[in-house]
Design a protein around this ligand. Sequence first.
Ligand SMILES: [Zn+2]
Ligand SMILES: [Zn+2]
Ligand SMILES: [Zn+2]
Length: 154
Amino acid sequence: MTQDQWRLCRACAVLFYDGLHGTGVCVASPSGHDGSASANYALAHCDDDDIGEHGWRWCHVCQQLHFDSLRAGYGGAGWCPATGGRHSSQGSRRYSLFCSSAGGLPPGTQVGWRWCEPCQSLWYADTSGGNRCKNGLPHEATRDYKNQYSLKQV
Ligand SMILES: [Zn+2]
Ligand SMILES: [Zn+2]
Ligand SMILES: [Zn+2]
């Protein structure tokens, strides 16, 4: 089962959910995330035996997709631009992503997505738009996990 209405923010480069609570909170745009130049992306809800990387959740405060590292037992900051604290996974479904180290990247999906260390969010590294994370710095791929991700466009 999949859920669409996920979009790339042209101001900060994260993936965010655009289908429910408006445009969330964006570190680079006072009016929230900007999906105006984005494709429509569909994410898979995961069952335990799904191919792909598990542990991804939706933050209902900022609307970003993030890796819930606390739940997965890693620690990690998971900086939320809305609160300055951790992202919330409250009310989120569970998502699995196509990942280079967990089943591979299927043909026909869009490559170039990475996992950011400071914010634990999925961001698009090949964007010509803005790229902004904590403290005005750009997103930074996780040091220990050089995973590549890909997304399905609908
Ligand atoms: Zn944004
Ligand atoms: Zn958040
Ligand atoms: Zn980041």
